[in-house]
Write a protein that binds this ligand. Structure first.
Ligand SMILES: N[C@@H](CCC(=O)N[C@@H](CS)C(=O)NCC(=O)O)C(=O)O
Length: 214
């Protein structure tokens, strides 16, 4: 059988998304850790696989894909017989993508290590300033998501089965907690996150359970 390898880092929320997606789809994989703190994402070896120097990257039997959302959509299309990450209904599918993109395109990039490093290196921002920058963008994004989800969520972010929206939501909640964001103003998000944490596919993907966790 062809090898399936996920290149990731335990604390990367983008890699966390793909671990959840693989678990939800019931797809076994090998995990290859890329240590972001030691700069392994910029090694010649890794850049040869992913010129963007970011995790995750999935190698599915020779099909190499970067970008967590592209990976999730690929998995849904390549393995349609396992639970779908995107609902069949076009409106619900758009809703799931809308939430996923709000997180993956608008919130998460601003908390990326390379952004923080640039703020510190080029603009003299200190450690506390960098963390406050991250908290600000997480709060801004979660406040909007809370309003969106309070209107439309079911048991999970879109309806009563986990979707791509949830695949992105729980890792973002993990990051919010990690950076000390108070989640009390976002009760719907907290309620959904707690429901997701009870599902094995989500629980097993948690950063603390990965082989490279420190
Ligand atoms: N849009 C990308 C984001 C990937 C990304 O930003 N990965 C982070 C970890 S969560 C990374 O590899 N950062 C390395 C760095 O900042 O040097 C995706 O969804 O896969």
């Amino acid at each position: 059988m062809a090898e399936r390898v996920l290149y990731g880092y335990f604390r990367s929320s983008a890699a966390y998304r793909v671990r959840i997606a693989l678990n939800l789809k019931g797809l076994a994989y090998q995990y290859r850790a890329v240590n972001l703190l030691q700069g392994e994402q910029r090694s010649a070896e890794y850049l040869a696989i992913n010129p963007h120097g970011l995790v995750p990257l999935l190698d599915d039997g020779g099909v190499r894909i970067a970008q967590s959302l592209a990976i999730c959509e690929y998995l849904d299309e390549a393995y349609p017989d396992s639970p779908r990450l995107l609902p069949a209904d076009p409106a619900l599918r758009a809703q799931a993508r809308s939430i996923a993109l709000a997180i993956a395109a608008d919130i998460h990039p601003l908390q990326n290590p390379r952004v923080g490093k640039y703020l510190q290196g080029e603009f003299g921002v200190g450690e506390e300033g960098k963390t406050e920058w991250i908290r600000h963008w997480i709060r801004t994004g979660l406040a909007a998501l809370e309003r969106q989800l309070a209107e439309s969520a079911g048991r999970y972010a879109v309806g009563d089965a986990p979707t791509l929206a949830d695949v992105c939501l729980l890792p973002q909640v993990f990051s919010a907690r990690r950076f000390g964001v108070d989640l009390a103003p976002y009760p719907t998000i907290v309620r959904i996150a707690e429901a997701l944490e009870a599902l094995p596919a989500f629980a097993d993907a948690h950063p603390a359970k990965q082989p490279d966790a420190v």
